[in-house]
Structures are given as structure tokens and as C-alpha cells.
Write a protein that binds this ligand. Structure first.
Ligand code: ADP
Ligand code: MG
Length: 219
């Protein structure tokens, strides 16, 4: 379960402040597929970054896997991320010089996890790229690139995967197939997914939509 309690995030600029999140409360159950929806600038990315332990809130608590990540130091957060989280980005964030296999293997190498080739191959197969294992990102379509980034998020079987506008750079048909893939993985692996989006197709297909506006959750 993920518990977000009275979370505030203020970005300090040189001469002003931006209140990006203003007292956000939210609970997400284990295995849930939830979507944060709202206009550009409402705080979706900020909230995902906090839940993903990429940044710390100005105030409040964020409890994941029984740990309050809001009070962790940088090193602890890094360890927490490596153990518990997978990320899927709008622009895929793949390393162009590496093959599909090598990109997917990265999280295992970083964590120093000893692993077998079959483990990497299994997730590549799951996202439908078994025939493209030795391709580099530049040789793949946008949808295929996003599948690589999904396999990379999945390879360590984290309890939680966060996706920031995963279909924003894809045409609608490709975007739909990516969401259907994520939904399948959510069901078959029991991994919790939180997706930030304004993609109507996603919002129609998802049970739990969390509307945001001006740094708050609307109820
Ligand atoms: P969304 O993802 O919903 O578009 P963001 O979380 O990116 O929203 O942004 C929320 C608000 O915080 C916006 O007003 C944005 O300009 C501001 N913001 C986001 N990141 C920063 C930053 N690093 N420094 C200053 N302001 C920021
Ligand atoms: Mg955003």
C-alpha cells in the first residue's frame, strides 16, 4: 500500500516560490492500476517524482512498503529506488549505443544482481520483442522503444512501477497497445502501477482515476 499524507512541495525560485503540491492525501492499494489526470502544470510529475523517491517533499509523509521515504537521506532513497521501483518515461530514456538486451539488463547490473540471460529474455518476450533482442533503439519504432523501457522497468519485478505520460510521444493506436500491455502486466505480475496522463483512452480503461488541479487532488 502507498500512503501519501498531507504532502506539500514548494519549488524555491530566485525571487519567488511555486507551490506545486498543496496538501495532497492519497492511498493506493497494492496491485492497483491508478492514473493521475489533470492539466499541464497541476503537479502530476512532481507527485510521481516524490512517490518515486527522486525528490523529497517540503512537508508530509509518503509511506511505501512500510517505509517513510519523505525523511530518507539521498543514499537511502537510492537504495529504496533500486529495490522497489521501476520507471517508464514519456521519452523512453533508452541508451542509444546499447542493444535491446543490454538496455533491459541495466537495472540488474546497477544493483549488482547476479542473473541469468533467461531472466532478461523472459521480460523481452513478455513485451513482444523477442525478435529484436539485438537491435538498437534507433532501429526501433516509438512503440517498440516504449516496450523496451517497460521491459527494463519490469526486469527486477519491483512492487511498484511509475509511468509519466507513457503514451504522449506515440500515435493513438500504438499508445493503446502500450496501455493494454501495461494492464496485462499489472494483472499477471500483481505490480502496482501509477500512471500520469491526459490520454483519454487510458482514462477510459482504468478503474482508478485520480483527478488533480492546481497541486491538489479533487474529490
Ligand atoms: P504536470 O506534470 O502536471 O504538468 P508538474 O509537476 O511538472 O506538473 O509541475 C507543477 C508545477 O510546478 C508547475 O507550476 C511547474 O511549473 C512547477 N515546477 C515543476 N518542476 C519545477 C522545478 N524543478 N522548479 C520550479 N518549478 C517547477
Ligand atoms: Mg508532467
Amino acid at each position: 500500500m502507498i500512503l501519501v499524507k498531507d504532502v506539500k512541495k514548494i519549488y524555491e525560485l530566485e525571487k519567488s516560490q511555486v507551490v506545486a503540491l498543496d496538501s495532497v492525501d492519497m492511498t493506493i492499494q497494492k496491485g492497483e492500476f491508478a492514473a493521475l489526470k489533470g492539466p499541464s502544470g497541476c503537479g502530476k510529475t512532481t507527485l510521481l517524482n516524490l512517490i518515486g523517491a527522486l525528490d523529497i517533499p517540503t512537508g508530509g509523509d509518503i509511506i511505501i512498503e512500510d517505509q517513510n521515504i519523505a525523511v530518507m537521506n539521498k543514499k537511502k532513497r537510492l537504495q529504496f529506488r533500486a529495490k522497489n521501483l521501476g520507471f517508464i518515461f514519456q521519452d523512453f530514456n533508452l541508451i542509444p549505443e546499447l542493444t535491446v538486451y543490454e538496455n533491459v539488463e541495466i537495472p540488474l547490473l546497477i544493483s549488482g544482481i547476479r542473473h541469468k540471460k533467461e531472466k532478461v529474455m523472459k521480460v523481452i518476450e513478455e513485451v513482444g520483442l523477442a525478435t529484436h533482442v539485438h537491435h538498437r533503439p534507433g532501429e526501433l519504432s516509438g512503440g517498440q522503444r516504449q516496450r523496451v523501457s517497460i521491459a527494463r522497468a519490469l526486469v527486477k519485478e519491483p512492487p511498484l512501477i511509475l509511468a509519466d505520460e507513457p503514451t504522449a510521444n506515440l500515435d493513438s493506436k500504438t499508445g493503446q497497445s502500450i496501455i493494454e500491455l501495461i494492464q496485462r502486466l499489472n494483472k499477471s505480475h500483481g505490480i502496482t502501477f501509477i500512471v500520469a496522463t491526459h490520454d483519454h483512452f487510458i482514462l477510459e480503461k482504468i478503474d482508478r482515476v485520480i483527478p488533480m488541479m492546481d497541486g491538489r487532488i479533487m474529490n
